[in-house]
Design a protein around this ligand. Sequence first.
Ligand SMILES: *[C@@H]1O[C@H](CO)[C@@H](O)[C@H](O)[C@H]1NC(C)=O
Ligand SMILES: *[C@@H]1O[C@H](CO)[C@@H](O)[C@H](O)[C@H]1NC(C)=O
Ligand SMILES: *[C@@H]1O[C@H](CO)[C@@H](O)[C@H](O)[C@H]1NC(C)=O
Length: 394
Amino acid sequence: MGIVIKDDDSHRPIKCREMAIPSTVAQKWTTTMTKFALIYVLLINLITSPLAMAGQCYSCAGTCHREPCNCQMGSCEADYCFIERKPDEIPGSWRITKGCLKRPSRTRSGCDFDNSSNHIQCVCAGDFCNEAIYMYTQIRRNVTCKMCPERDPECSDTCQGQWCHEDAVTGATGCGYGPPSLPFFYKGPELLYHRNKLCVTLSRGNNAKPWKYCICNTHLCNDPTQRIHYAHDHGGNVRAAVDSDGSVTRSRSVSHNRIADRLPLHKCVSCDTTSQADTMTSACKQNHCHGHFCTLATKRFVKAGNTAMRYGLQSIIHEQQGCINVTDTHKIQLGCSHKWMNNEEEELFCACSGALCNSDLGSASRSTASRLLPNVFQTVFSILSFRVLLNFAF
Ligand SMILES: *[C@@H]1O[C@H](CO)[C@@H](O)[C@H](O)[C@H]1NC(C)=O
Ligand SMILES: *[C@@H]1O[C@H](CO)[C@@H](O)[C@H](O)[C@H]1NC(C)=O
Ligand SMILES: *[C@@H]1O[C@H](CO)[C@@H](O)[C@H](O)[C@H]1NC(C)=O
């Protein structure tokens, strides 16, 4: 990924009213969350590579109605920091959040958006590096993709992006920007270096229909009708699929099946629960699914309802356990990626290999390949962070 033209409009640090968490919330938090805090502290120790050097990050959130928009208070400690900026529910306003990351899924530091230009995410390493959003316009390939909503998957709209995505179950399609991203995979351009298309099938929760999501980077590769069209010549003979830019698309379906056949299937817990922190139930922990890998995703957040002022805020935990099947194991992120912001929000994404390895966070974070990946990942990451720093100095 070469460099990078500075985008002057978004380069300036942006500032706005800060939103502090009331201390009563923090107190309530400590009483109801003691059990979980222990688990999380243990987990932080488990998933931190001994080589990683922890630094300080800003940890705050705010809602803004106009520029400049920023928050600069609170802190947390981790080897990586993040800033995220996305539209708020109220039109015309947006929300900025900053915090800490362990084992981030992004393979490169910097700011980017992968689906909507309104939703910017930055990852960086170094003390308080998440001060502001520094956006760089990257020179990347342009690819035409089909762009249809779920309610009209057969539409004829297209978009120009850097990669295409497709929900193979609903038929919804569109363009992706920034580093290609697929759930439970590392997010980086390397994701589509070795093949033109990558899919993941997820199932989680009780009797949930599997969700199949694919990303690809050739002309109209997310359009099933185009794929058929290109695979036949006028005489009806099947020939190599050729994209309009002249590059030959590798035959994909055959190798997909071979990889899928080689991978052992594991039995995993399949469960989807939302609960208040102190009423965690385990009703669906007996349900199972089978897949190449097991997954565990937990999101904890503080809910501010209408009654918040009167009864205090409530902490909600949403936990999903399930299975994934993949078309390629290259760049799958085993172990847990952990993201948190003060006491307000926390997210964990884990993939693991082994029977019932997703039954709890401890075993999910201890996945076999996670011992191998971090060192390579961190070396690459620090080289790239250094390059990014050079860009900042420029
Ligand atoms: C991309 O963004 C659109 C709205 O901008 C949203 O509806 C869609 O679910 C997003 N897709 C993914 C894969 O995140
Ligand atoms: C790529 O697509 C964008 C968005 O449509 C367009 O503005 C830009 O000119 C395109 N770049 C090239 C090199 O075709
Ligand atoms: C994965 O593939 C296996 C074998 O084809 C199938 O039994 C299982 O249901 C699939 N799991 C998911 C999550 O799609």
